[in-house]
Write a protein of this length. Structure first.
Ligand SMILES: Cc1cc2nc3c(=O)[nH]c(=O)nc-3n(C[C@H](O)[C@H](O)[C@H](O)COP(=O)(O)OP(=O)(O)OC[C@H]3O[C@@H](n4cnc5c(N)ncnc54)[C@H](O)[C@@H]3O)c2cc1C
Length: 400
């Protein structure tokens, strides 16, 4: 494909990865981001073998591994019975080197953003995008909050995340989200530095700890602590005060005490609201939606950032093989559509198992799913599911 003028909106994982890939393919790329200084929001996430495959192609896997914590296992226990109801080991895939990588969001962001800057890709910051405008020639311009226009471009890549103003409203906000905090890893504690651990009381109470490696310019290993809470309950949580909340967490999981001790201000906890939405049409004239702008879900299966990276890679492949922009958009979507559909369905299925007011679902989870999941081939299926590998997303993209 001849070099195109491409605007990439949003400096999240999808936008930054797409910018690097398309710039390296010879396109004239411009990034737009609303932050004055681009920065990540939130705590930590789990990079799966799928996302790592894209980062490998970008030559950023070594930098990522240097910051990340190796996560070998996902372990969930019911508080009341002490029974293990979730036990997923990456080793069940039969590949000893395959693990998840817990990473601080700031580290993932810095690795991608520094590569963007090092390659001289222009970034327009303090640019709040409110929409786009289609010209008579099929090219599109970005419309900014101050009324200015950026462009026109042959292609706009919408990587603005789940609340993108470039796509029509879709899906729904979930009742449950979670409070997240990034804290120092408590050395010598009972917590497993190579596992994502969770504790559940029914499905309405969940506490979790994810090792997330080191943040940029800080050698101390970190942990992400999360606590399930309804969006409607956040104000009451604040009002009740930190000590009341710490009491609730301790009652569920006394081992997290060294993490709780580091929390002295409610502002150390950020509430993340989750939404389930999938655009019916991720492509339109002169514009493609990728990452959370196309599909977002609760992080129960930990796939969002990984799927965003896969989308970016598919877009680069689509453009490489296409005759024109509409063809490129269609190819990119075709490469990803099945995997996106599959994981959106799976995540919607699993979310109430861990976050809901249901009594029946967690009852079945604790008594049925826990024991059955230990019987072959369940360990292999679960490991493939969590790794993001079900549906063969890598083969389609020529990734390993
Ligand atoms: C609490 C939590 C935990 C998660 N855990 C995991 C996990 O373990 N594994 C995993 O893979 N995924 C996880 N996810 C999901 C993951 O964070 C997202 O799927 C991923 O960040 C999506 O990347 P993106 O680039 O598409 O969008 P985003 O990361 O949302 O990036 C969008 C960018 O666009 C910018 N922007 C937005 N609107 C505008 C505007 N109007 N104008 C200009 N700029 C704008 C934003 O500032 C941001 O920089 C988690 C999500 C949450 C909330």
């Amino acid at each position: 494909m001849r070099p195109l003028d491409i605007a990439i909106s949003g400096c999240g994982p999808a936008g930054l990865a797409a910018a690097l890939l398309l710039h390296r393919d010879g396109h004239r790329v411009r990034l737009c981001e609303r932050f004055e200084t681009p920065r990540p929001i939130g705590s930590g996430l789990l990079i799966q073998p799928t996302g790592l495959a894209v980062l490998e192609r970008l030559g950023l896997d070594t930098a990522l591994k240097a910051h990340a914590s190796r996560v070998e296992r996902l372990l969930g226990k019911a508080v009341r019975s002490g029974a293990t109801v979730l036990d997923v080991r990456y080793s069940a895939l039969g590949e000893p080197l395959t693990v998840g990588l817990g990473i601080h969001r700031a580290a993932l962001f810095a690795i991608l953003y520094e590569a963007v800057l090092a390659e001289g890709i222009p970034v327009r910051t303090s640019a709040e995008i409110t929409g786009s405008e289609l010209g008579a020639n099929g090219q599109r311009a970005l419309v900014m909050a101050d009324g200015s226009r950026e462009g026109p471009f042959h292609l706009i890549v919408d990587a603005l995340g789940t609340r993108t103003p470039l796509a029509p409203p879709a899906g729904r906000e979930l009742e449950y989200g979670a409070l997240w905090a990034s804290l120092d890893w408590p050395e010598g504690s009972e917590l497993n530095p190579h596992a994502l651990e969770q504790r559940y009381r029914a499905a309405s109470i969940m506490a979790g700890v994810l090792p997330i490696g080191t943040a940029p310019h800080d050698a101390k290993a970190k942990a992400a602590l999360f606590w399930s809470i309804k969006g409607a309950g956040v104000a009451a949580w604040r009002e009740a005060g930190l000590e009341a909340w710490k009491g609730d967490v301790r009652a569920v999981w006394p081992d997290v005490e060294p993490l709780l001790a580091q929390i002295t201000d409610p502002d150390q906890l950020v509430f993340a609201r989750y939404a389930h939405r999938t655009l019916k049409k991720p492509g339109e004239t002169g514009m493609i939606h990728i990452g959370d702008a196309w599909h977002s879900a609760s992080p129960q299966l930990g796939q969002g950032a990984n799927m965003a990276l896969l989308d970016a890679y598919a877009l680069a492949l689509g453009l490489r093989g296409a005759s024109d922009v509409p063809d490129a958009i269609a190819r990119a979507i075709a490469l990803r559509r099945f995997h996106v559909w599959l994981y959106q369905v799976l995540t919607a299925f699993f979310t109430p198992v861990y976050q809901s007011d249901s009594r029946v679902i967690p009852f079945l989870r604790d008594r049925l799913v826990g024991p059955v999941s230990k019987v072959w081939p369940a360990p292999l299926v679960q490991a493939a599911l969590v790794s993001g590998l079900v549906g063969g997303p890598l083969g389609r993209l020529g990734l390993r």
